[in-house]
Ligand binder design. Sequence first.
Ligand SMILES: CC(C)(COP(=O)(O)OP(=O)(O)OC[C@H]1O[C@@H](n2cnc3c(N)ncnc32)[C@H](O)[C@@H]1OP(=O)(O)O)[C@@H](O)C(=O)NCCC(=O)NCCS
Length: 186
Amino acid sequence: MHNSGLNETATAPTRTETDRQGPVGGIRVGALAYADLPLVISIERRSFRSPWSVGMFALEMSKQDTIGLTAVEDDRVIGYLILSRFDRAWHLMNVAVAPEARRRGIASLLIEEAIGMIEPRDPVTLEVRPTNQSAVRLYEGLGFRAFGLRPGYYPDNGEDALIMWRGDPEAAGVPRESFGEIPAGT
Ligand SMILES: CC(C)(COP(=O)(O)OP(=O)(O)OC[C@H]1O[C@@H](n2cnc3c(N)ncnc32)[C@H](O)[C@@H]1OP(=O)(O)O)[C@@H](O)C(=O)NCCC(=O)NCCS
């Protein structure tokens, strides 16, 4: 991933805001709105080497079949997610949590909420830097499994991307070439 709201007019499933109690009590998950972008961009810049611009968020939010969510605490956005559908599969395009709010289950909450909005049998995929072990562990904990590598995917340092899937892409008719290149010896 990286380098990609809920579009109010999207055909993607919509949801109402929920208040979450329990381990992430006090967090509201809601639809990403254009008015959230200044705070989203501030988190984005503190989270990624090659942060998305406002225009990149706006482009994703304008698309059909895009789900954008925010996690809000005390009226402040502290995390966000973008999940978009391409053909048969949903792609987790972007997820980040403000550095001071990490390790409280917020990314897990956002991903679970978004996955709860799509058809249960729809597979979900993402790309992640293999060196981003926080994210790899997060995804593994949510049932994503490594399928292969996309060589030289990240333009800033030429790092390969690890491709992960949740669900069975083949069963959903996703072409095998989308799975990624399986490294020798695996
Ligand atoms: C990756 C990221 C989104 C995780 O957000 P988060 O809200 O802190 O994640 P959660 O609290 O839901 O963590 C769930 C699990 O992921 C793993 N995890 C998350 N951060 C971790 C870390 N720093 N070290 C090790 N494991 C970590 C753990 O297994 C954790 O469960 P635990 O806390 O019970 O051990 C956040 O660190 C972030 O915004 N990073 C920068 C942006 C980024 O890399 N996004 C992903 C791009 S692919």
